[in-house]
Design a protein around this ligand. Structure first.
Ligand SMILES: O=c1cc[nH]c(=O)[nH]1
Length: 415
């Protein structure tokens, strides 16, 4: 049993940091929240512990060494129930394609102890080490594991004592309608507190897009939860399913609560069709999450922003039976997102950093997630000249504060 205790030592003042690369400032913290941001006061520097980043001067007064501060990174699309992080290498042995990966996972997860609290803890700790302080994670719900994965993830998150918070998507990785009983499991997950129900390629997995989506929307309306659908289906087939989601979102009044994950179709459509679909998504308050996949047509980030479609960034699985790739490092992934999107201008590189942090609060149930008064005191310090420099180099995380506590320092996780 992993006993929840508050992680890391508490911070009352994080001294001498440059929020978003701006002026040197002191961040004041109480009860895990930023209560004031004042110009840096160098007074008392000689009395303290020098300028070693993370050194504590007096109780709770922590040195930031003039480093650049970003809000805690937000992983808006993860699968932390299925990673084998920390275990010996597992060679991928399944067939290709979505169905091949589904079958491979189901055949081998038991051998690896998946789902299990220890493996989930390992990948979460690694995420905290690199500055992630909030996660939206899909958790497999199927006829084999039932809701056990959700309990496992909740226990692992609790054991980290606030170093990271998580929202759960009850995720029917093996299909919904093609596996009788899964819709009922999703309903039970929502009734038991999962914040979202997931879906998976309603057309190609269940071969019944209307049926799968009607089932998910009925659960969302019944329990007031969100919907987050993995949509790998591309081109017109993918676009058609997004249109089905738009219709249902408007009818059910679920604006702001429905997310399309991956949504490769959006990047693939011809310009006019893309513009029409993106505008309709914006009007319905649909959001998107991307994992910045190499080899897929990039999402039109500028058009999505102009249409009011919020985009979150996530790691996808991290070293699991689905794929051996991934490290959980959101800042490195931000570099990838920026490169894939062809970003060169400073303002675009800053926008990429915001997608991975401040603008992603909505994906993890936070009304505000930024370096502002009233926000959770989740802060990542890096040795970078400015935000664009941080995005293109993804430097080591010198200090990570979550919920007002130091949880990682100098590349070492402390929880
Ligand atoms: O459907 C998917 C896609 C990526 N990773 C998964 O675990 N499932």
């Amino acid at each position: 049993m992993h006993s929840p205790t508050s992680a890391g030592h508490p911070v009352t003042v994080l001294r001498d940091v440059r929020p978003w690369g701006g002026e040197r400032s002191d961040l004041h913290v109480a009860d895990g929240v930023i209560t004031a941001i004042t110009p840096h006061d160098p007074a008392g520097a000689a009395a303290g512990a020098g300028s070693t980043v993370g050194a504590e001067r007096t109780a709770g007064v922590v040195e930031g060494g003039g480093l650049l501060a970003l809000p805690g990174l937000v992983n808006a699309h993860a699968h932390v129930d299925k990673s084998w992080w920390g275990k010996p290498w597992v060679s991928y042995g399944g067939a290709g394609g979505v169905q091949g990966r589904i079958a491979h996972e189901r055949a081998h997860r038991d051998e690896l102890g998946i789902p299990g609290v220890d493996v989930t803890l390992a990948v979460l700790r690694e995420s905290v080490r690199t500055g992630t302080t909030a996660v939206r994670t899909h958790v497999d719900v199927d006829l084999g594991v039932g809701l056990r994965g959700i309990e496992v993830v909740r226990e692992a998150v609790a054991a980290l004592g606030g170093a990271v918070t998580a929202q759960i998507v009850a995720f029917p990785q093996d299909g919904v309608l093609r596996r009788p009983g899964v819709l009922e499991l999703l309903d039970a997950a929502a009734a038991a507190g999962a914040e979202h129900v997931g879906g998976l390629d309603p057309a190609t997995i269940d071969r019944d897009p209307v049926g799968q989506l009607d089932g998910l929307f009925a659960i969302a309306e019944r329990h007031g939860v969100g919907i987050d659908v993995h949509l790998h289906d591309g081109g017109d087939l993918g676009a058609f399913q997004i249109e089905l989601m738009i219709d249902r979102t408007l009818r059910a009044g679920l604006q702001g609560k429905v997310n399309v994950a991956h949504g490769f179709a959006v990047g693939q459509l011809p310009a006019a069709r893309q513009a029409e679909l993106v505008a309709a998504m914006g009007e319905a308050g649909i959001t998107m999450t991307t994992v910045a996949p190499i080899g897929a047509a990039p999402l039109p980030l500028h058009a999505l922003r102009e249409a009011g479609v919020a985009v979150g960034l996530g790691t996808d699985g991290i070293r699991d039976l689905w794929s051996p790739y991934g490290t959980g490092d959101l800042l490195t992934l931000t570099t990838q997102l920026a490169r894939l999107s062809g970003f060169r201008y400073d303002e675009d590189l800053v926008a990429a950093a915001r997608i991975a942090s401040a603008d992603a609060g909505r994906f993890v149930g936070r009304a505000v997630h930024d370096l502002v008064v009233g926000a959770p005191a989740d802060v990542v310090l890096v040795d970078a000249e400015n935000v664009p420099d941080a995005v293109v180099r993804a430097p080591r995380r010198a200090l990570v504060v979550a919920g007002g506590r130091v949880v990682a320092r100098d590349g070492e996780v402390l929880v």
